[in-house]
Design a protein around this ligand. Structure first.
Ligand SMILES: [Zn+2]
Ligand SMILES: [Zn+2]
Length: 127
């Protein structure tokens, strides 16, 4: 069905009007504008949701990668130099962080990316 026929049918069925081709074009343009507007508002809703998801990911309390029991509260300080953009690998709990700090030097590294030459930094997961 052509846009003209759709518009004509819509005008006839919904509005009780018999319309000219010119009028149907106007209705068609209006309908397109409405669709474009809806798409735009959907897009901004999607953007808003994306922001929310990102915030949730940042704030989520992860589990310690070593003991898999406590909340991860510490990140390794040098991870951010391994990537073009800053990264924070919040990976271990306080207990495991202390254990690693007291352990052999070779084990003092990020359990996720294995970055060495750093130290544990406490992160408030709820900040
Ligand atoms: Zn732990
Ligand atoms: Zn890392």
């Amino acid at each position: 069905m052509s846009a003209f026929l759709i518009a004509t049918k819509f005008a006839h069925d919904e509005l009780g009007l018999s319309i000219s081709e010119e009028a149907s074009e106007i209705i068609h343009d209006l309908a397109s504008a409405v669709v474009a507007k809806q798409t735009q508002s959907l897009q901004s809703e999607i953007d808003l949701l994306k922001d929310k998801i990102e915030a949730l990911e940042k704030n989520q309390i992860k589990t310690c990668l070593i003991c898999m029991e406590n909340c991860a509260e510490y990140m390794w300080s040098s991870c951010m130099f391994f990537s073009s953009r800053p990264v924070a690998h919040v990976s271990v709990c306080q207990k495991c962080c202390l254990r690693i700090s007291d352990g052999p030097y070779i084990e003092r590294r990020c359990p996720i990316c294995r970055a060495t030459d750093g130290h544990w930094v406490r992160v408030d997961a709820r900040a």
